[in-house]
Design a protein around this ligand. Structure first.
Ligand SMILES: [Zn+2]
Length: 418
């Protein structure tokens, strides 16, 4: 057991993290906002109130607790040899069905295990009057999330098939097989999955619709499909998205945006969303996710092999092609996903900055954009000045302070050049 000198796992993870940091640094970096814009931003976007600070701190604490709870639960399942014990009782069943059964049972177990965390999150959102989710809706959402989680079960036999066929290169074959599935999901998600959670109707406000179409035409997008979702069933927070590719491409406005945001603010937000579309962020995201997925599979293959070689007998796992290894694989995937978050967040922030800049150039109304970002703090309880570690690890968007200041800077520069 002590022979050889396998590189400790932490050193390996450290390498990934350093590579991630380097790539994160190379992402499009924010051009510094002027001191004037930063100072001016406080008029629109004051510092966080004690209540907002408390809300964000509660969320950070809950996030840390949820990670500990998730890893604790998965580690318990692995240590207790839950899957090998269950499989010993299901010996007559074909291996592919064993894999599906282990995964589905694990999903159900995890859903139940994570209930306290999800309840706590719901409680916080309700305590701050942000959630409008009824207990019935909450239960339905949990059921839907579990059903969606189980939808991925057929991937397990596919992965095991690749492991058996090519123990050295299975991660590459499986990672590549995930690409068309990922693309298919991006295309069908808006028409198959989204309607399970929300109802979508065409934007009724004709005047606003006309103006959004004009904005879209200016961006070179003909006949945009603009739909409104009934997000107010769950939250008071506002949001908008560009989703789908090709025939399912559409802009989704949450109805909360129409309720709580002014018309110029909505137009500024849509201009930002059009930036995602015109700059091909969905496609770029797809390519990055595919490459990232293959890299994570490569890392998983390496760590799985080392872990199973060393601890397999103690954990009742016969090899990496054993369905009994699925809980361990899930634990390691969660760990790898956690470690890649700084890089994924940095890439996302780069794209969001790009969409912000495009939106400003398209709508040419920095004041409206700044006002929209400021409202994300008052209406959605967004932290204007999140701590550096949180931005580094978790934030997919630049801070609201940065966004407001950049929008104000745009207006000032534009006024000068005009
Ligand atoms: Zn965006």
């Amino acid at each position: 057991m002590m022979c050889g000198s396998p590189r400790p796992l932490w050193l390996w993870f450290h390498k990934i993290l350093c590579a991630g940091l380097m790539l994160g640094i190379m992402m499009p970096v924010a051009d510094a906002q002027s001191r004037w814009a930063i100072e001016e931003s406080y008029k629109l976007l004051p510092e966080a109130s004690p209540s907002l600070r408390q809300y964000t701190n509660l969320h950070y604490a809950l996030y840390a607790a949820s990670l500990a709870w998730l890893f604790g639960g998965l580690a318990l399942a692995v240590r207790a040899r839950w899957a090998p014990r269950a499989l010993a009782r299901w010996r007559g069943i074909p291996v592919w069905l064993q894999a599906i059964a282990v995964y589905a049972a694990l999903m159900i177990g995890l859903s139940i295990w994570m209930i306290p965390v999800r309840l706590a999150d719901w409680w916080i959102e309700r305590a701050y009057h942000l959630s409008t989710t009824s207990p019935r809706q909450w239960l339905i959402d949990q059921g839907l999330a579990l059903a969606l989680g189980c939808l991925w079960a057929p991937l397990l036999p596919i992965a095991l098939h690749f492991v058996r066929r090519s123990p050295r290169w299975w991660w590459l074959h499986f990672g590549m097989a995930l690409a068309p599935i990922g693309l298919f999901m991006i295309v069908v998600y808006p028409v198959l999955i989204d309607p399970m959670f929300n109802r979508f109707v065409p934007l009724a406000d004709r005047q606003l619709r006309k103006e959004l179409v004009t904005l879209s035409n200016r961006a070179g997008v003909d006949e945009p499909t603009v739909l409104v979702s009934d997000a107010s069933r769950r939250t008071k927070k506002g949001n908008a998205f560009v989703v789908g590719i090709g025939p399912t491409h559409r802009i989704i406005l949450w109805n909360t945006l129409l309720m709580y945001y002014t018309e110029p603010e909505i137009k500024a937000i849509i201009a930002h969303e059009l930036g995602h579309y015109v700059r091909l962020h969905l496609w770029r995201g797809f390519v990055l996710q595919t490459v990232g997925g293959i890299l994570i599979m490569a890392a998983l293959a390496w760590v799985m092999k080392k872990t199973v070689d060393r601890h397999g007998p103690a954990l009742g796992i016969k090899g990496i092609a054993d369905p009994g290894a699925i809980p361990l694989a899930l634990l390691l995937i969660e760990l790898l996903l956690l470690l890649q978050m700084p890089l994924a967040s940095a890439v996302s922030r780069g794209m969001e900055r790009e969409a912000d800049a495009y939106g400003l150039q398209l709508y040419r109304n920095g004041r409206a954009a700044a006002s929209a970002y400021a409202r994300m703090s008052t209406q959605d309880y967004g932290d204007p000045d999140p701590p550096g570690w949180a931005v580094f690890w978790l934030h997919t968007h630049p801070s609201l302070r940065e966004r407001v200041a950049r929008a104000l800077d745009y207006d000032r520069r534009n006024a000068r050049s005009d």
